[in-house]
Design a protein around this ligand. Structure first.
Ligand code: NAI
Ligand code: 2YC
Ligand code: MG
Length: 259
């Protein structure tokens, strides 16, 4: 499980502003509008209760405070419980939290206490980053490339298939590739016959997973992957746009998903 580090979370709101500008330019909508469209919901005055969890590798220095800053960015009241784990959970539920957010090393969830809805970070992250890629306004086909079919990649690929895109996908894990081909009907990428794509969704924990032959002249690469899978020399080209940030976009999707 690839875990965030405090360095990843440095200046997250600055990174969000930068990415939101790219998203607006590339899709015509900002991240809030895209979340509202995908989930058909609008944030109101929900109160967010954030519970630090000490399980496994334990507390990540600025993880809870990052969630609080994200809630605030989207105009929501929030608080971090004084205690961790079960005591923290009790404090949040007996306080006035509407939505709880908590994460151990394997699952990061949002739970709406008012309607019972639960959203996971990996599905919401896959869906929202895939959605961003699919809205590239310079794309002239319905072909989308998905790189990585793990928890996030599979969720994004499933979303794109449901939306009627032609989903080409690659994962070196043959089992994951076969599962996605069988269950979703994705088209395994033919590495021997490279095809260029103007929409790429990458969800891997590796760098340099996107090669020259995959990227069309105008291309939007949308990736939550840490580190970034797009090589610098390709990413710096004028007509290649990159949406990549460590936490906020996925959390925005989680909040909209549980309303
Ligand atoms: P995972 O480990 O479940 O899946 C990663 C997949 O990438 C695996 O199936 C692996 O075989 C595949 N892969 C590795 N190298 C590849 C390559 N060169 N080409 C194609 N596929 C390759 O990981 P998960 O949970 O899906 O997360 C993916 C990444 O997204 C991780 O780096 C994680 O830290 C990050 N993440 C970022 C979030 C954000 O908000 N920015 C939120 C959640 C996860
Ligand atoms: O501070 C805390 O409460 C920690 N238990 C938080 C651990 C989060 C671990 N998960 C991750 O770092 C990744 C992120 C990319 C988002 C989802 N999983
Ligand atoms: Mg994110």
């Amino acid at each position: 499980m690839a875990l965030l580090t405090p360095d990843d979370l440095e200046d997250i709101l600055k990174k969000l502003e930068h990415n939101d500008n790219i998203i607006k330019d590339a899709t015509g909508m900002d991240i809030k509008q895209i979340c509202e469209t995908v989930y058909g919901t609008k944030l109101g005055c929900e109160k967010i209760g954030i519970i630090p969890i000490t399980a496994g590798n334990g507390i990540i220095g600025n993880f809870s405070s990052s969630l609080l800053a994200i809630a605030d960015y989207f105009g929501l009241d929030g608080f971090i419980t004084e205690h961790t784990d079960v005591t923290g959970y009790y404090q949040a539920t007996s306080g006035d939290a509407d939505i709880l957010m908590m994460a151990d090393d394997h699952m990061f969830i949002a739970h709406n206490l008012r309607n019972g809805k639960i959203a996971t970070n990996h599905i919401c992250t896959g869906v929202i980053y895939a959605e961003i890629a699919s809205r590239y306004r310079h794309a002239d086909t319905k072909d989308v490339l998905v790189i990585g079919l793990g928890r996030v990649g599979y969720g994004g690929a499933e979303h794109l298939v449901k939306k009627g895109f032609n989903v080409f996908a690659y994962d070196p894990n043959a089992e994951f590739l076969e599962k996605a081909e069988k269950e979703l009907g994705i088209i395994p990428l033919d590495l021997d016959h490279p095809q260029k794509f103007s929409m790429v969704f990458e969800a891997t924990p590796n760098s340099n997973t996107i090669s020259e032959g995959m990227v069309a002249e105008r291309c939007l690469v949308s990736t939550p992957g840490i580190p970034c899978g797009l090589p610098d020399d390709i990413g710096k080209r004028d007509n290649v746009d990159l949406v990549m940030e460590p936490l906020v976009i996925g959390v925005a999707a989680m909040l909209h998903a549980v309303l």
